[in-house]
Design a protein around this ligand. Sequence first.
Ligand code: 13P
Ligand code: SF4
Length: 325
Amino acid sequence: MSVTLTDTDVRARLDGVLPDAEIAAIGPLLEEIEALKRERNAVVLAHNYMTPDIYHGVADLKGDSLALARMAVESDADVIVMAGVHFMAETAKIVNEAKTVLIPDLRAGCSLAESITGADIRLLRERYPDAPVVTYVNTSAEVKAESDICCTSSNAVQVVESLGVDRVLFLPDQYLGRWVATQTDVEIILWEGSCEVHERFTGEELRGYREMNPGIQIIAHPECPPDVLAEADFVGSTSGMINWVKTKRPRQVVMVTECSMSDNVASEVPETDFVRPCNLCPHMKRITVENIRDSLRDMKHEVVVDPEIAARARKAVERMLEVEV
Ligand code: 13P
Ligand code: SF4
């Protein structure tokens, strides 16, 4: 196999992100991945929660859930490797069925996706027949297939308001739903799902950071509980949070979300001091540079969605992609 990427290229991408010794240690693995990408005409899409070696050293494109879905639609690669969790890989497959979509570890799940099934939605529709179903993308293809429209953390308010109705069923993240309810007059009927990472943050913890660090900016993901969001200077998706830091360049900030976010942005905003509470997403952390290499080398694990379910789920995802943000 020919390897054309030079040491200098690998070093340049990770310079200032990882220590030199670490860059030297993973350099050959990164080169192998680059060669496999070319051989397979593959692209690695990475979520913002990937570790810095993947985020800066391996990803061709990176972003939040909405950006990853759009990238999957637009990609002309033959193979998409999703460096993220299973629902993200499934969404990529749903919007671009002709592509081979790989996920490096099949166990990369999500507590929100596990909290609801298609059967739950059918029961809810019987109980609230007039309420359209708005489903967070952090769900299985089967759940998306039962939904009227999907949303992500970056477009949830616009999606809810795009329907022109008085009330919606908003599933499954109760905290994102409660936050949306503060931003719109549409009545939001909730489901009791939550993210195991964001539900651990507390308002008290954030008040402590403010007392210890006067002037600190607090920015939070809307999967956090309401008492956390009440303390926040900005609430947004993972990419919204990154853009906020890059634009505002605060003296000191705490990003109330998964740990790797601060690690990834810190090298790009050197003048900002990041206070780093650390809540890891164990599912995201199943993806490693090694298993991305294995995935490309062995073409595993291919994400397969039943075509009938994919067709119905696609309608809900595509309807979301049409909403202007
Ligand atoms: P974003 O769409 O904001 O990246 O969120 C995805 C996610 O799983 C956050 O926990
Ligand atoms: Fe799911 Fe939470 Fe992990 Fe995001 S951080 S993938 S919502 S468990």
